[in-house]
Design a protein around this ligand. Structure first.
Ligand code: 13P
Length: 244
């Protein structure tokens, strides 16, 4: 199993000057042995952020287009984000699915495009509140997994982020036992198919410094995907070091 991964998804926040200020502070905070840190800034900051990274830190893209190149105004390919310094790419983030209408079929194409380009994709899965209340969480999450991973060769290297939609940006964090249940189901599904042998399962959704240690100590939670609380370097550093 690779190291625990704590990832910062900056979403549509920060200019170049703000990123510089962030890393001026970040680099005064102690590097964390034994945990990998990844930053997912907007596309415009990928080159710059890649240049600020220390050993044990990596950059990733928040999204990509599935085609290698072409007449797709406003889009960015997997090869382009790789060229900008990315190791990782988020695929199927709930905001892409719910705000931009990305369906499983499209997510699967992006996932494959990322792998083919040599990126390590992080497949985001998660249920809405309505789906959870209807008792459909596992069916939905495993369906999202099947759509993206189902046809892949067993050697493909990727990670999975479980982000319940109702926990994203709401301050409502999943209970550790709920995260553990979903993560265990994902692990079992992967094991059955012999896929994702070194896949880490990250939890995302209202992760904060005061809940990070408990989440990281939860069975089958191998990392965190952090939105709002990753925007301040000191706060994110408290999450990266939680429980150490
Ligand atoms: P918050 O941490 O702001 O809830 O966002 C989670 C998320 O969407 C990370 O990808």
């Amino acid at each position: 199993m690779p190291r625990t991964l704590v990832a910062a998804n900056w979403k549509m926040y920060k200019t170049s000057a703000e990123a510089r200020t962030y890393f001026d502070t970040w680099r005064t905070l102690p590097a964390v042995a034994g945990r990998e840190v990844a930053f997912f800034p907007p596309y415009t900051l990928l080159h710059e952020v890649s240049a600020y990274l220390r050993p044990g830190e990596a950059a990733g893209a928040q999204n990509l287009h599935e085609a290698p190149e072409g007449v797709f105004t406003g889009e960015v390919s997997a090869a382009m984000v790789l060229d900008a310094g990315c190791v990782y790419a988020l695929v199927g983030h709930s905001e892409r699915r719910h705000l931009f209408g990305e369906r499983d079929e499209r997510v699967a194409k992006k996932f494959t495009a990322a792998l083919n380009a040599g990126l390590r994709p992080i497949l985001c899965v998660g249920e809405t509140l309505e789906e959870r209340e209807a008792g459909r969480t596992l069916q939905l999450v495993l369906g999202q997994l099947q759509a993206a991973v189902g046809m892949l060769p067993p050697t493909a290297g990727f990670d999975v982020a479980y982000e319940p939609v109702w926990a994203i940006g709401t301050g409502k964090v999943a209970r550790c036992e709920d995260a553990a249940e979903v993560h265990a189901a994902i692990l079992e599904w992967l094991k059955k198919r012999g896929a994702g042998k070194d896949a880490r399962l990250l939890y995302g959704g209202s992760v904060k410094p005061d809940n990070a240690a408990d989440l990281l100590a939860t069975e089958a939670v191998h990392g965190l995907l952090v939105g709002g609380a990753s925007l301040q370097p000191e706060e994110f550093h408290r999450i990266v070091t939680a429980g150490l």
